[in-house]
Design a binder for this molecule. Structure first.
Ligand code: SAM
Ligand code: DTB
Ligand code: SF4
Length: 335
């Protein structure tokens, strides 16, 4: 099946996908998924918060905003060696990509140079690198590209219509602008959003429309389920119907047939059956390891057991990078 890559989806068409009976949207998504991916292979990335808390932004979901009263302790930028120790441990656990997140509105040029040393160190371990540092100028995006960064994560988070209820310190357009700068310099993008913040189905469709109608689909699309953090304005939100998450993953697969879809935050609160349905709907990537940025992730031993029960395989990195391109292989992970 040749992939149908469209950038002209209407809101009605996407809402209609989300309105389909669950088995119908699942069938469509799984058919497309099988045409372009090994349906039983999942990519795994490990996250590390390299600078935690005391963030100037007011994102209503986030533990790291200085505006909310959470129990989180702020931490300065980690030392290079601490980051590389965590990356080596992630590699030993089988992660192929190491994602570093910083609680910044945007990095200063000095911050960026410190992070670039981390990117180069992680790259030398044979892992793909991803960072999420907030808004960037074109010059900063170019500097990251030149330093060999693989992916930059910058989420749209929600629909343009609902956005103002979640964040007031930066606009939806600011996010689109950063994504455009990443594309301009040729960096691969990771961009998605969060479900379960009180948005409507129409908002979910509208966010997907924004993502799929970008000039190029993000190479990676994280679908986060809100992790409710005590002390944030979204704590106590009515939880999303789990089948709605499955529908959104399936619609994402239909809309962006060649993109990796990452079942991201919120897996620790999901049942094994729900995660299995998300993989059936076309999710082919997860965060693996004990922690997300500040919140706990699904435990790694639980993931290994789940993968064994479902017959899924992880992609792993074989050895220290000795030449450009590294050495990648696929295998089952055993305890
Ligand atoms: N500070 C940078 C920024 O916001 O651009 C980068 C790090 S920020 C923590 C990265 C993303 O994590 C956010 O855009 C949001 O989508 C996701 N995120 C943060 N807190 C979350 C939560 N409690 N539940 C689900 N996703 C969350
Ligand atoms: C993304 O979309 N999800 C990750 C990653 N990109 C950086 C972050 C999830 C954060 C979950 C809440 C926390 O750990 O604080
Ligand atoms: Fe800061 Fe990013 Fe959290 Fe928003 S999501 S408060 S920008 S760390």
């Amino acid at each position: 099946m040749t992939a149908v890559i469209r950038h002209d989806w209407t809101l009605n068409e996407i809402t209609a996908l989300l309105d389909l009976p669950l088995t119908d949207v699942l069938f469509r998504a799984q058919t497309i998924h099988r045409a372009h991916f090994d349906p039983n292979q999942i990519k795994i990335s490990t996250l590390l918060s390299i600078k935690t808390g005391a963030c100037a932004e007011d994102c209503n979901y986030c533990a790291q905003s200085a505006k909310h009263h959470t129990t989180l302790e702020a931490e300065r930028l980690l030392a290079l060696e601490a980051v590389l120790t965590a990356a080596r441990a992630a590699r030993e656990q089988g992660a192929t990509r190491f994602c570093m997140g910083a609680a910044w509105r945007n990095p200063t040029d000095h911050n960026l140079e410190q992070v670039i040393a981390m990117i180069e160190g992680v790259h030398a371990l044979g892992m793909e690198t991803c960072v999420t540092l907030g808004m960037l100028t074109t010059a900063q995006a170019q500097r990251l590209k030149d330093a060999g960064l693989d992916y930059y994560n910058h989420n749209l988070d929600t629909s343009p219509e609902f956005y103002g209820q979640i964040i007031t310190t930066r606009t939806f357009q600011d996010r689109l602008d950063t994504l455009e700068r990443l594309r301009e310099v040729g960096l691969k993008t990771c961009s998605g959003g969060i479900l379960g913040m009180g948005e409507s189905r129409q908002d979910r469709a509208s966010m997907l429309r924004q993502l799929t109608n970008l000039p190029a689909h993000p190479e990676s699309v994280p679908i986060n389920l809100l992790v409710q953090i005590e002390g944030t304005p979204l704590f106590g939100q009515t939880p999303l119907d789990p089948f709605e998450l499955v529908r959104v993953v399936a619609a994402t697969r239909i809309l962006m047939p060649l993109s990796d879809i990452r079942l991201s935050a919120g897996r620790s609160g999901m049942s094994d059956e729900l995660q299995a349905l998300c993989f059936l709907a076309g999710a082919n990537s997860i965060f693996y390891g004990e922690n997300l940025l500040t919140a706990p992730n699904a435990a790694a031993n639980r993931d290994r057991e789940l993968f064994a029960r479902l017959g899924l395989t992880f992609e792993t990195v074989a050895a220290e990078r000795t030449e450009p391109g590294g050495c990648h292989r696929s295998e089952h992970i055993h305890d």
